[in-house]
Design a protein around this ligand. Structure first.
Ligand code: ZN
Length: 294
């Protein structure tokens, strides 16, 4: 048994930690609900206890710590301000975890982490130009181009949830209007229909898929992508009719010869994706720019 990455996934609903080896295998997973409405200190205490529990199972073999966290963030993960965790604004998560674990620590956006994971052991293996996105409570994304995960100026590249799909649409948490997240997230569906996404009508499923396909078409054309991988409880819960609607809209909107063949697939990793992705963030960090793959 070789070196391990202590992987941490920070979400608005739950927090998880596990150990990821250099082949992308995940073990010793522990999860805890994110304390609703908690302040910065209580949130940190929850994370620290979770990390300590998993670290004990590693038997001293943790070389690095990798974290996936909701955006936005600053300084490439130095501070985090997740939209869906109100108690953390400019919280110094990387520094706190580095002090707790005593190993090099890297923090990145959870959807960018998922993009790394899908390229490593999921549905985007052997693909050098792709988008991975999550359609769940919110909508997030990460982009791999020319085989490299895009970071952007502050680490926020890939925020497809705030691409406009309905110019006169609903107000968004970001301050904009008609963003994909404001129209197609689980939060938006619940607000518009008064029902949980799991109880959505066929018309809502089709509209959600159509809007996701619309956003993917713009991004795929802009960046010359081969593939879009879609994860998240809303997308995967809707299943086939969602993906059919998304592909139909993608074909209709992405009409350039190079973009007409862009594929759109369900994510390959399921529930393990976020922690495998956090593990990839850690290994990428100590490799100084490794982007997944063998
Ligand atoms: Zn927005």
């Amino acid at each position: 048994m070789g070196d391990l990455c202590l992987a941490v996934d920070i979400g608005g609903t739950k927090m998880a930690a596990g150990l990821v080896d250099r082949t992308g295998t995940l073990r010793s997973v522990a999860t805890v609900p994110t304390p609703p409405g908690a302040g910065a200190v209580a949130l940190w205490t929850t994370v620290a206890e979770l990390v300590d529990e998993v670290r004990q199972a590693a038997d001293g073999r943790v070389r690095v710590c990798g974290v996936g966290c909701g955006g936005p963030m600053a300084g490439h993960g130095e501070t985090v301000s997740p939209l869906n965790i109100g108690g953390w604004r400019e919280f110094p998560l990387r520094q706190r975890l580095a002090a707790l674990t005593g190993v090099p620590t890297f923090v990145d956006n959870d959807a960018k982490a998922l993009a790394l994971a899908e390229g490593w052991t999921g549905a985007a293996q052997d693909t050098r130009d792709y988008l991975a996105m999550v359609v769940s409570t919110g909508v997030g994304g990460g982009i791999v181009l020319d085989g490299h995960l895009l970071d952007g100026r502050l680490g926020n590249a890939g925020h497809i949830g705030h691409v406009v799909v309905e110019p006169d649409g609903r107000p968004c948490v970001c301050g904009g209007r008609g963003c994909l997240e404001a129209e197609a997230s689980g939060t938006a569906i619940a607000a518009v229909t008064g029902r949980r996404p799991a109880d959505a009508s066929p018309a809502v499923v089709e509209r959600t898929g159509t809007l996701v396909g619309r956003a993917v078409a713009s991004v795929a054309t802009l960046l010359d992508l081969d593939l879009a991988v879609v994860a998240g409880s809303v997308a995967l819960g809707f299943g086939r009719p969602f993906f059919e609607a998304a592909r139909r809209e993608l074909r209709y909107r992405a009409a350039m010869p190079f973009s007409a063949g862009t594929r759109l697939l369900p994510a390959g990793l399921g529930a393990e994706g976020p922690l495998v992705g956090a593990g990839a963030v850690g290994w990428r960090g100590i490799a100084g720019g490794w982007d997944g793959g063998g």
